[in-house]
Design a protein around this ligand. Sequence first.
Ligand SMILES: Nc1ncnc2c1ncn2[C@@H]1O[C@H](COP(=O)(O)OP(=O)(O)OP(=O)(O)O)[C@@H](O)[C@H]1O
Ligand SMILES: [Mg+2]
Length: 283
Amino acid sequence: MTGDVLFSARNLTKEYVTPGNGAFGSRKNRFMAVDGVSFDVTAGTMLAVVGESGSGKSTTARIAAKLLDMTSGSLQFEGEDVTAARGKQLASFRNNVQVVFQDPFSSLNPKHTIERIITAPLDYQGITAPQGNRTLVRELLERVGLNPDHSARYPAQFSGGQAQRIGIARALAVGPKLVVCDEAVSALDVSVQARVINLLRELQRDLGLSYIFIAHDLAVVRQIAESVAVMNQGRIVEQGSREQIFDAPQHEYTRQLLAAVPQINPEWERQRIAAGLAEGHER
Ligand SMILES: Nc1ncnc2c1ncn2[C@@H]1O[C@H](COP(=O)(O)OP(=O)(O)OP(=O)(O)O)[C@@H](O)[C@H]1O
Ligand SMILES: [Mg+2]
């Protein structure tokens, strides 16, 4: 239900240990890429995680999606502790939490058909869709705005924006409640980006999806995220509602980050309005 906490992360840390330059590499470098990160995702909403390059956003996202082991901390999904989930619990977590990555092409196997790519998360678990995989693929392609007759094509036959829609269809195949998007629209042209963001919004509205949306484009975040966490050097320095973060930032780092946002480019805004992403009267 909207309003309930769907997903929580508490005190996540990730320490990377790399060989140092002491005798025999004995002095190791220890580096906290993520250092005590906590956040909640409310059902049916988008939490954006912003911050400069290297601040630990992807590491946090990968830990949240259980693609990367944490050093310490805990994760809860629908009130259940999933920190050490394995077996059946992990499989169910993977159905509930899916990921969309930045580069659509490198995340789609070029040798596989779209149908095979989209059903990979099902194959991985040895399950088939109740309506049959072929029908599921057609439904998903339609759902993400692609031609359902194109399921036998290969990734190279699609544009970047279309490829990212395929990545989204694949994420939806197992019926997740939370989708983690790590810079999922950053590599796309502005107008294409606007349309894919629109799709994410539609899915949020129609399927009740929630998102963790990693982004460096604050103008995009301002348009679509209900809440925002600002990361700097492995920590969340400030988090709150979109209004709190954008209209009344409390932390100096947040102010700096907002000040670094270039003024909204009129051409970009025009394309966004044309794509239905921005309201004409919005800044
Ligand atoms: N496998 C690794 N070993 C050592 N250090 C790593 C490893 N992976 C990431 N790091 C370091 O952890 C820090 C956080 O990286 P992360 O990828 O989470 O940043 P990010 O906020 O996603 O940056 P970007 O905006 O550039 O994607 C960086 O300093 C990075 O160099
Ligand atoms: Mg990253």
